[in-house]
Design a protein around this ligand. Structure first.
Ligand SMILES: [Zn+2]
Length: 426
């Protein structure tokens, strides 16, 4: 079921106030070269992997603040005339216990809507894993996909929406907050700090859109988490998608290992865009040359249109707490300490229930040794049936490196069993 008129209506409305420019804005409005330039810059060795506590992360955050200023976004906080750093108003500093201090960067595109919810949030995290001096050869976690891709998209969306508002002088638009989070890799610290110290209360936020790892589009598959967190999301996405042609994999729950989760727990509808797992995830090989730039441009354009639509939408959204059971389970697991073992593959996040679909399998690792293949669906592990990734994680936690466990797989419609020796998680 799709509703193409929805996207067209938005285009028509903006087309009027944007005489002659509509084509530029809505197809090819994204400047692919500028996306690629920003991504390559942030993912370059100059930024040393943007690790929390490293000066290069601060430089990357400053780069984002400068861009927000140059794009015409207002600083989030007032700065006294002549007081120190002119960029200071864009920073939201925080210091989580046991971690080095850092800051989120927030740029405001001011709207004039008076009644709540009057705000839309678009976010992406800047930090990554820094360097590992233990490694021989390449030691820098460039994080091109994770998450220079999301930050490049965030900057481009800010540029497009800011330019449109300047030209349209339109009314009844919501304020759009662009937030570049820090310390995501250390446990969503930046986004947690933001929601505990927000610019506007949660009731005033229509929705939060998160961009994390959007640079590896393959087979046009775009995974969107949180589509069940507002009753209207599926229809909205279905309305926008026909002009883009994504194979949308909707994940209803609002809980995951990314910054949207922090907003979801305060009852804000969330959407998290993701182009899928790959073998370079959290490795030094997550490099800029492996990015699908045309794909990134399309995802950026789609997200810009989504943010634009939400900023103009007349009616509120209906929050649905989909994923709260998972949240409770994750919280219990967090308290019981780190998971110690792995099977050596990346889950394919496009499957939400009915088992855990196997994504890229790491050569030589436990899963590969046991003959587990990409595309297999794990339905039981160590005698426990699995429905979701959370179940899988919970089941694995009960094992130590070297344990031999039975895995039941669904392959070509048949259940098969494999013995796996679980390995230490690195
Ligand atoms: Zn990430």
């Amino acid at each position: 079921m799709s509703r193409p008129w929805l996207g067209l209506a938005v285009i028509a409305i903006l087309g009027c106030v944007q005489a002659g420019g509509a084509q530029d804005l809505y197809h090819g409005g994204v400047r692919r070269e500028s996306l690629e330039r920003d991504l390559r810059y942030l993912a370059s060795d100059e930024f040393g992997g943007r690790g929390l506590g490293d000066p290069e992360l601060q430089q990357a955050l400053t780069f984002v603040a400068e861009r927000f200023r140059d794009l015409g976004l207002e600083p989030a906080y007032p700065v006294k005339m002549g007081a120190g750093d002119p960029l200071a108003g864009y920073f939201q500093p925080f210091h989580a216990h046991g971690f080095p201090p850092s800051a989120n960067v927030i740029g405001v595109l001011r709207g004039d809507r008076s009644q709540a919810p009057s705000t839309v949030v678009v976010g992406a995290h800047v930090d990554h894993l820094g360097r590992d001096p233990q490694l021989t050869g390449d030691q820098i976690y460039n994080g091109a996909d994770d998450n220079a891709s999301g930050v490049a998209a965030l900057l481009e969306i800010a540029r497009i929406l800011s330019a449109e508002r300047r030209q349209s002088g339109g009314s009844s638009e919501r304020t759009v907050l662009f937030i570049a989070f820090s310390a995501e890799e250390s446990g969503l610290l930046g986004s947690k700090h933001y929601v505990a110290n927000p610019l506007t209360p949660a009731e005033d936020v229509l929705a939060m859109i998160n961009l994390d790892s959007v640079g590896r589009l393959r087979d046009d598959q775009l995974i969107i988490f949180g589509t069940g967190t507002a009753r209207e999301f599926s229809a909205i996405l279905g309305g926008l998608n026909p002009s883009y042609g994504f194979d949308l994999a909707e994940q209803k729950g609002g809980v995951g290992a990314a910054d949207h989760t922090s907003f979801f727990v305060t009852d804000i509808p969330v959407l998290h865009l993701f182009t899928g797992p790959h073998e370079d995830y959290s490795k030094v090989s997550d490099e800029a040359d492996k990015i699908n730039y045309a794909g990134l441009a399309t995802v950026t354009e789609f997200t810009a249109e989504l943010a634009r639509y939400l900023s103009y939408r007349d009616r509120p959204l209906t929050f649905q707490p989909v994923g709260e059971k998972q949240l409770a389970k994750m919280e219990t697991m967090r308290k019981s300490g780190e998971r110690k073992v792995s099977l050596g593959f990346m889950p394919d996040f496009s499957m939400e229930s009915g088992g855990v679909k196997v994504g890229p399998v790491f050569p030589g690792a436990a899963a590969a040794e046991a003959g587990i293949q990409t595309g297999d669906v794990i339905v039981a592990l160590g005698g426990e049936r699995l429905d979701s990734l959370v179940d899988y994680t919970a089941a694995l936690r009960q094992h130590a490196p070297g344990d031999r466990i039975t895995v039941v797989l669904l392959r070509d419609g048949h259940e098969i069993e494999r013995e796996v020796v679980v390995q230490e998680r690195r």
